[in-house]
Design a protein around this ligand. Structure first.
Ligand code: PRT
Ligand code: MG
Length: 222
């Protein structure tokens, strides 16, 4: 079967991948915000889009539930750490698509003395969805942390006393500002990546290469 399955998450990644798909001559025939379908047909009979949770994209592509996918570098790195190093096995990462750009940062309440805690070597309670990235970042700094795993609304944690700090994605900074939080460290810059199942790349080389090349030519042009 030479069908191509592309895994995308609804929202910004879907929206920002559409122009790249268009450059590859692929048009998605249904709007995921209106349809309840999880498998969306395209104008190309051999190409379909599957809608999965953002954090599930690397898993789908790694295990061949999809041939390709688009995922944030944050999600990709955390996926790799979750699976103890085996997380990126079989995942080929050919392109930085330069979409859905943001950064992973540490933020605290404006009245919290983060520099003082770091200087004195006190323990820091950190709430985050990115436990692996946070653990590695603070270990490298020599800061002792208690990590609290959350699945969303990280900004609430310092406001309710659940944590001293959060590790979360920041793009405009408006969400932090609206919640009286300040960014105290920038951990890394993030953009979305094309990921490809390595076996698919061998078995379906021609159609996958065509998509990679079309995406490569369209990067940064929207
Ligand atoms: O939302 P859901 O729980 O379903 O899934 P998700 O949050 O994993 O998916 P989604 O679609 O929100 O994010 C998918 C990917 O988009 C992320 O993995 C990032 O790589 C990328 N991305 C880019 C962002 C942002 N920018 C971003 N600003 N993802 C999330 N945000 C959130 C951030 O978590 C914070 O709550 O937006 C808020 C901050 O935005 P500003 O502009 O106020 O700073
Ligand atoms: Mg989200």
């Amino acid at each position: 079967m030479n069908h191509i399955t592309l895994a995308l998450s609804k929202g910004r990644i879907f929206d920002e991948t559409l122009p790249l798909l268009k450059a590859a001559g692929i048009e998605v025939l249904e709007d995921p915000e209106k349809s309840r379908k999880l498998i969306l047909p395209t104008n190309q009979p051999g190409v379909r889009v599957v809608l999965v949770r953002a954090t599930d994209v690397p898993t789908y592509v790694q295990y061949g539930g999809a041939d390709l996918g688009v995922t944030g570098l944050d999600t990709l790195i955390e996926h790799g750490k979750d699976w103890g190093g085996a997380g990126s096995a079989g995942l080929y990462q050919p392109l930085d698509l330069q979409i859905a750009k943001c950064r992973i940062s540490v933020a605290v309440r404006a009245d919290f003395d983060y520099a003082g805690v770091v200087r004195q070597g006190s323990r820091l309670r950190v709430a985050t969805k990115y436990v692996g990235i946070a653990r590695e970042f603070f270990a490298a700094k020599g800061v002792h942390v208690d990590l609290i795993k959350l699945y969303g609304s990280m900004e609430l944690a310092p406001l309710t006393g659940l944590a001293d700090a959060i590790v979360d994605l920041v793009s405009t900074g408006n969400t932090l500002k609206a919640n009286q939080l300040v960014e105290v460290e920038r951990i890394m810059d993030i953009s979305s990546r094309l990921v490809v199942n390595q076996a698919s790349l061998k078995l379906k080389q021609q159609p996958i290469r065509q998509i990679i090349d079309a995406f490569a030519g369209a990067i940064g042009k929207n």
